[in-house]
Unconditional design. Structure first.
Length: 306
């Protein structure tokens, strides 16, 4: 157990992209966004990779991603199942949407045996963020009953898509660098030259583009699984829409912070996010990575020289 684990959340339906966006090539030699995240994580000292996927994706995912990762690092798979519910609950009629990021993390409780970073499969985070999280997780207190964590903090204006809205965890950070609050905003985009947010894509309000946001890049410990297990039933009992409501990790973390039961250090980065939210994002992502290759940040054939 020489380094932290990397939990890659790749179970989303990719509804806005219109397909399995996790397996779209973006690098000059056919690399995926996820390849660059794993490459950066291994360089930073992560020593285990957990892929959280839908079970029906396993064969395709291993063919396109998993096998080359398996050859380089301890690799395991976990599955996010709609039927993975607490005792006494059943799947609501018509529910096909995954239960959200908190449920995704909870789905890995049997295989996450050490401090871990949780990331999205289709976001390019940048090498600095993996270095920051690896260093912090290496010194994180994982004593029984301790709820400690960290989060890569991105500047909102550096994380927007040109082609539609994005979901971000909007953060309040103390002068000492501790996360005070985080709330998931489902629709953020530039409108009329201003960054605006909406929960229903109908009523909009302004946001300061210098705001620190979560890109779902969290440093966590297995102690969180107890809290997730205990809070999931309460979410299921109170969810306003049984077909669409999601159990969001930022909301759980925010609640624990408000209760004085968890401390989360914000690790700021000035990196510019890019990712594949919409099909139109693909050319920009490919050109951004090509620019990093030209600058010498990555080799033209990522895995041959990793």
């Amino acid at each position: 157990m020489s380094g932290p684990a990397l939990l890659v959340m790749a179970g989303g339906l990719g509804s806005r992209f219109g397909g399995l966006k996790q397996v779209e090539p973006v690098g000059p030699s056919g690399e995926l966004v996820i390849d660059y995240s794993i490459h950066d994580a291994l360089q930073a000292g992560f020593s285990k990779v957990i892929f959280l996927i839908r079970e029906e994706m396993l064969a395709l995912f291993r063919e396109r991603v998993g096998r080359r990762v398996e050859a380089r690092v301890d690799t395991v798979y976990a599955f996010q199942r709609l039927e993975d519910l607490p005792a006494g609950f059943s799947l609501p009629e018509g529910r096909t949407k995954p239960w959200g990021t908190a449920h995704a993390v909870l789905s890995c409780r049997a295989v996450a045996d050490r401090p871990f970073a949780a990331i999205n499969a289709d976001d390019f985070y940048g090498r600095e963020a993996f270095d920051l999280l690896a260093r912090y997780l290496a010194n994180l207190n994982d004593a029984p009953g301790s709820l400690q964590g960290c989060m890569a903090g991105y500047v909102l204006g550096n994380t927007l898509s040109e082609y539609g809205s994005v979901a971000r965890g909007v953060c309040a950070v103390s002068p000492q660098g501790w996360l005070q609050d985080v709330h998931e905003h489902l629709h953020i985009e530039r409108r009329d030259g201003q960054v605006q947010t909406s929960q229903d894509a109908q009523a909009w309000s302004a946001l300061d583009e210098r705001t620190i946001v979560s890109m779902n890049m969290w440093g966590l410990t297995p102690n969180l699984f107890t809290e997730l297990s205990e809070r999931f039933p309460a979410f299921l009992r109170s969810m306003p829409n049984p077909v669409k409501s999601e159990f969001f990790l930022p909301n759980v973390v925010g609640a624990l912070i408000h209760e004085g039961r968890m401390q989360v250090r914000v690790l700021p980065t000035a990196a510019h996010w890019f990712g594949v939210t919409y099909p139109a994002d693909l050319p920009r992502v490919r050109e951004s990575i090509a620019g990093l290759v030209r600058a010498g940040d990555y080799p033209a054939r990522l895995w041959q020289e990793a």
